[in-house]
Design a protein around this ligand. Structure first.
Ligand SMILES: Nc1nc2c(ncn2[C@@H]2O[C@H](COP(=O)(O)OP(=O)(O)OP(=O)(O)O)[C@@H](O)[C@H]2O)c(=O)[nH]1
Ligand SMILES: [Mg+2]
Length: 410
């Protein structure tokens, strides 16, 4: 892993510099605003400092191809096959051990939270001092009852409590263990695990507003996950904060009042809204608003198990005229069960190459599925919604915040 700091007048400028030097796969670990100091500070502007990293080529194992075989058991369901792949060595087995664990955990948890709050300083220290890079001569694995090993176990339990799938939790901590040596500090381990997880989640991928217009943006996904609400939130941001021209289309004529729901938002934003009743009408409808920057297309939610609706959706997306640039967002709720999310990820992959928006983060405290689905599908994360308020309850996917929470932070 290569990790470096970059400064810019804005966060975006600093990220751009990081990408120029580290490549497009660079991922932001931390953002710091450096406020001017001294007597002339009122005349100076803040500077943004971004810590960014990139995994060395060939070491990234988080994408679909490498992980899918663990989950895909199509013909014969073989539950034990799973365990053979990755022994769950961090698990504490007996009842007595569980008791000890509880006391240990309560103490450790407060400590972990404090360390997470201080994480940017830890990263900082690691960068400036070059920290504890493994010396060739000091690669002895930590002893089983050492502080560092206990700490790794606590991180493992925390990840599981937050519903990170045990395969992924094992994978992360196995990697952490590899870089550990006798005497590794807890801070070093934490910062390494944090960095690994950030790299696995990847840099969020947002609507690309730099390309040619109009850009057609489809929102697809299961029923009731918040597609229409999310469109309203995102469109508002682009219109009100960035002054872009937005238009709406809805292909949702399935549910009574669905078109009315979008029309209300379109009226508030003073943006055109058209309804399409069949996939053949899509290109004509887009043609009527092709001088707009962004065209948001709302679709009817459907069960991923309904094959007919899946194939209708694919037909519509495939039918988009090649002259239009498009993006597809799969909207899923953070409260959906793990197994269902995997099925959704798979079936929608056949429909389109999507990016993921997670909604309803306010309705759960366990964000593990966000990590799981990214690892499973390899799809980019984009936005996250955390409430019903339009337009406020949405933000760009905040990788640092989610990783901190998965590791036990607030
Ligand atoms: N708590 C919470 N509720 C949300 C969020 N996003 C949407 N909702 C609510 O979820 C419900 C369904 O939202 P819609 O936007 O209609 O969902 P949809 O995916 O368009 O639904 P269909 O078109 O019927 O498939 C509404 O009550 C929204 O207010 C969120 O981030 N948090
Ligand atoms: Mg809807």
């Amino acid at each position: 892993m290569t990790i470096n700091k970059y400064q810019g007048k804005t966060k975006e400028e600093a990220i751009e510099k990081a990408k120029q030097e580290l490549g497009a796969d660079a991922v932001v670990m931390n953002v710091k605003e450096i406020k001017p100091k001294g007597i002339l500070k009122v005349f100076k502007q803040s500077v943004f400092e971004v810590t960014a990293a990139v995994e060395e080529a060939g070491t990234y194992t988080g994408h679909r191809q490498s992980v899918v075989p663990q989950f895909k058991m199509p013909e014969a369901i073989n539950l034990t096959a799973d365990e053979k792949i990755e022994p769950l060595k961090y698990q504490v087995k007996s009842e007595a051990a569980a008791q000890i664990r509880k006391v240990d955990t309560d103490r450790g948890r407060a400590e972990l939270e404090r360390r997470l709050e201080n994480l940017s300083n830890i990263l900082e220290k690691q960068l400036t001092v070059g920290a504890e890079r493994i010396k060739e001569t000091d690669t002895a694995q930590p002893e089983a009852d050492s502080e560092s090993f206990r700490f790794i176990k606590m991180l493992y339990r925390t990840l599981l409590e937050n519903e990170v799938n045990e395969k992924y939790a094992n994978q992360i901590l196995d990697e952490a263990e590899k870089i550990m040596h006798n005497g590794s500090s807890v801070d070093y381990i934490l910062s390494n695990v944090y960095q690994k997880m950030i790299l696995k989640l990847g840099q969020p991928s947002l609507i690309d507003v730099s390309g040619k217009k109009p850009r057609v943006i489809f929102f697809i996904g299961p029923t009731g996950v918040g597609k229409t609400t999310t469109i309203a939130k995102i469109a508002s941001k682009y219109k009100l904060e960035m002054g872009m021209k937005v238009a709406f289309l809805t292909a949702d004529t399935y549910r009574i009042a669905a078109t009315e729901q979008l029309r209300v938002y379109a009226n508030i934003l003073d943006a055109p809204m058209n309804i399409i009743y069949s996939s053949e009408e899509l290109n004509d409808a887009i043609g009527r608003v092709n001088d707009y920057d962004l065209i948001f297309v709302d679709t009817a939610g459907f069960s991923h198990r309904n094959e007919e609706q899946c194939s209708d959706m694919k037909k519509m997306l495939d039918g988009l005229d090649a002259e239009y640039d498009s993006e597809v967002y799969l909207v899923v709720s953070a409260t959906t069960k793990y197994k269902d999310l995997l099925d959704i990820a798979d079936i929608y992959k056949d429909i389109a190459n999507y990016k993921i928006i997670f909604t309803k983060l306010d309705e759960t405290t366990a964000y593990g599925n966000i990590f799981n689905i990214r690892m499973y599908s390899g799809a980019s994360l984009s936005y996250m919604a955390n409430g019903q308020n339009v337009p406020d309850d949405i933000e760009e996917f905040n990788t640092q915040k989610i990783v901190k929470q998965l590791l036990g932070g607030r």
